[in-house]
Design a protein around this ligand. Structure first.
Ligand code: AMP
Length: 174
């Protein structure tokens, strides 16, 4: 398994050659009325467009930390699946679904939102592109990601995510 840990992508041309990006862990979040229905539609759109869903965690309610005053609580869950395309093709897909579900394409970071889809993990591959960092640098310090992730992600990948957080800390990526 050790060789899987050394794969990393730092430019777009490496995307197809780097190997196995599976399984993929996504994190969903939203805090505007209708979030669960939006999650359902996003799951349908993902699977219609080539993302094979393996399992979905229970939704969790979490306070809206860092958002505008009075922001409603967030609902969060994690999705485990498989993707045969490149990482940036998956990002294009998740971002198009966010927009279809009512999120402006150029959204500010710390405000209420209809649907946020983050790519948390793609197998053991490390990605450091301007548009995409995987494992997601903040995932392992966010309870709203790690709690649902622990329900559905194999233990070795949980450890990889936690170890990567230590590396990011040393590299000052937080
Ligand atoms: P946010 O508003 O927090 O959802 O951040 C969205 C921005 O983060 C987009 O511009 C993405 O290109 C970028 N981004 C970097 N890494 C990731 C990732 N692992 N998953 C989703 N978006 C990412």
């Amino acid at each position: 398994m050790q060789s899987q840990h050394s794969n990393s992508i730092v430019n777009e041309s490496e995307q197809r050659s780097t190997g196995n990006f599976n399984p993929v862990l996504l994190s969903f979040g939203g805090n505007i009325a209708g979030t669960l229905e939006r999650f359902e539609r996003a799951l349908q759109l993902l699977s219609q467009r080539g993302f094979r869903i393996l399992s979905v965690s229970e939704p969790l309610i979490n306070p809206a930390i860092g958002c505008e005053p009075g922001a409603a609580d967030f609902t969060n869950l994690c999705v485990l699946g498989e993707w045969q395309g490149t990482p940036l093709e998956l990002l294009d897909l998740t971002q198009s679904i966010e927009v279809e579900e009512g999120r402006p394409a150029d959204h500010p970071h710390w405000v209420s939102r209809t649907l946020d889809i983050d790519i948390i993990l793609m197998g053991y591959v490390k990605i450091d592109l301007p548009r995409l960092k995987v494992p997601h640098p903040l995932a392992s310090v966010r309870d709203f990601v790690m709690k649902p992730a622990r329900e559905i992600l194999p233990e070795d990948l949980i450890k990889f995510l936690e170890n990567q957080a230590e590396i990011y800390k040393k590299e000052d990526k937080f």
